[in-house]
Design a protein around this ligand. Sequence first.
Ligand code: CA
Length: 133
Amino acid sequence: MAHLLIAEDDELLRDSLRTIFTQAGHEVSTCVDGALAWAAIQTEAFDAVVLDLGLPHLDGFQVLTRLRQRWPTLPVLILTARDGVEDRVAGLNAGADDYLTKPFNLDELLARVQAMLRRANLPAHANPSLPVA
Ligand code: CA
């Protein structure tokens, strides 16, 4: 089980995200804007963040930039409504680990977040005596 932060201002999508991650056994906190997301990140310990880029008050880029200055390795997946490659590149350059472009498949999002969590829990250097999976 992981503690996840979902920052998404679209209520229907936010509820869908909460449902799918809760059903997968995770503890989910949600925020409706970037300022609340940044406040939550500073006061609670999260294992991963799903961050919409188009958020009120602070946008996802601003949240991500602030977050990365203090938590360089916290897994972050960004959601972008725009299909332009510029947003995805800018998000990755700002420190996102992965991204999905809306509209996306909820099962794919869940799988990508689980993959981020697995990578985050790997030791920095794999044991060479173990077989490669
Ligand atoms: Ca949005």
